[in-house]
Design a protein around this ligand. Structure first.
Ligand SMILES: [Zn+2]
Length: 360
């Protein structure tokens, strides 16, 4: 029998960018309409480097949650040269603003990443403190600049990280909790299938890397809405990622990496990195899982495996999804009049975007 409705526990987004100010006010309700909790990325301008900054940022997020909705933002710190072990220790047990992760970006990789270490292996005191406190290290696992300071091929960044940096990190810090964010390549998938371990070494997967490959990114000119780090990869990589979803590993789960940019930055000659998927993230995951015949794995992926890694129980509340075609035709507009276009947009997308699942 064909499944036409699904009730699952309220989803958990393990990776979202909400920005600040008018963008935050515009995009936060898209996330809170779908997710009960989310791990909030700290690459704001300026970056979140202290527990005090994280506490203020948490307040700003909570003030943008529509009334009548509950939402728990799980705060993180940005691994920069200003971050201190003492502050991480404070964050481990803070009662108002507990810190759920420290995010490491590769040097030169993505929005506001210029403050980081050249390699995570250089941040020894910080990583040791994470290992001791049990706070997870959230890794954007790509090498963008090599030890000689030369730029690497952006299609090879994840492969290089998996082949060299990650094994060295695991060997040096055997108790460190690691989340490998937004995996995209066959190499990362194979590494995780071999070494992944619930509560210890986990990976997040975005909707856009499950939906698209680089043929889509280059179809009829370069598609700005698909421009993100890590880049969408080859068809074989995407197929392998979809295949991984069917296996229902307890150490793999949703992290949307929804990353809004204003229209002016997204559709410029040097378009900003980041896919804004919050207005349809849960629906897009359902769409893909239906496509590959894995709807029975969707709830664990969206709502169970993520909280478990962070030591939390799944949400008590549920959401209902129904099988119904719809599409996105409008951008999100901020209170300053700035337009932000989501992925899967019927005009700026590839032209054939019909989502098969809708939140009831
Ligand atoms: Zn991200």
């Amino acid at each position: 029998m064909r499944t036409t409705t699904l009730t699952i526990r309220r989803p958990f987004d393990a990776h979202v960018h909400l920005r600040t100010g008018s963008t935050l006010r515009a995009v936060t309700p898209c996330t809170t309409a779908r997710f009960g909790r989310a791990v909030i990325m700290p690459n704001t301008e300026p970056p979140i480097e202290t527990v005090a900054q994280a506490a203020l940022y948490k307040k700003e997020i909570l003030s943008a949650v529509p009334s009548g909705q509950s939402f728990d933002p799980l705060m993180t710190l940005y691994l920069t040269k200003n971050l201190t072990p003492a502050d991480i220790e404070k964050g481990a047990t803070h009662d108002v603003c507990k810190i759920y992760g420290v995010k490491s970006y590769p040097f030169g990789a993505t929005t506001n990443s210029q403050y980081g270490f050249r390699s995570i292996l250089e941040a020894k005191d910080i990583v040791r403190t994470l290992e001791e406190t049990g706070i997870p290290l959230l890794l954007h696992g790509e090498v963008h600049v090599n030890e000689q300071g030369e730029a690497e091929d952006p299609y090879d960044g994840e492969r290089l990280f998996i082949a060299d940096t990650l094994p060295r990190l695991l060997e040096s810090y055997p108790k460190l909790k690691i989340s490998l964010e937004h995996i995209t390549t066959i190499e990362a998938i194979e590494f995780m299938e071999k070494n992944g371990e619930s509560g210890k070494l986990v990976a997040t997967v975005t909707p856009h890397h499950l939906l698209y490959d680089r043929r889509h990114a280059f179809s009829g000119g370069y598609r700005a809405l698909l421009h993100c780090k890590p880049l969408v990869k080859r068809h074989e990589d995407r197929e392998r990622l979809r295949d991984m979803m069917k296996k229902g590993f307890p150490f793999v789960y949703a992290g949307t990496d929804s990353a809004p940019h204003p229209e002016s930055k997204k559709f410029s000659s040097c378009c900003a990195f980041g896919v804004f998927n919050a207005p349809a993230a849960v629906e897009l995951y359902a769409h893909v899982f239906d496509d590959i015949g894995a709807l029975n794995k969707l709830e664990d992926f969206l709502s169970v495996n993520g909280p478990r890694f962070f030591g939390l129980a799944p949400d008590i509340d549920t959401i209902k999804l129904e099988k119904k075609d719809w599409h996105i035709t409008e951008p999100i507009v901020t209170d300053e009049g700035t337009r932000i276009f989501p992925i899967y947009h019927a005009i700026h997308g590839l032209g054939n975007e019909v989502m098969r699942w809708k939140i009831a």
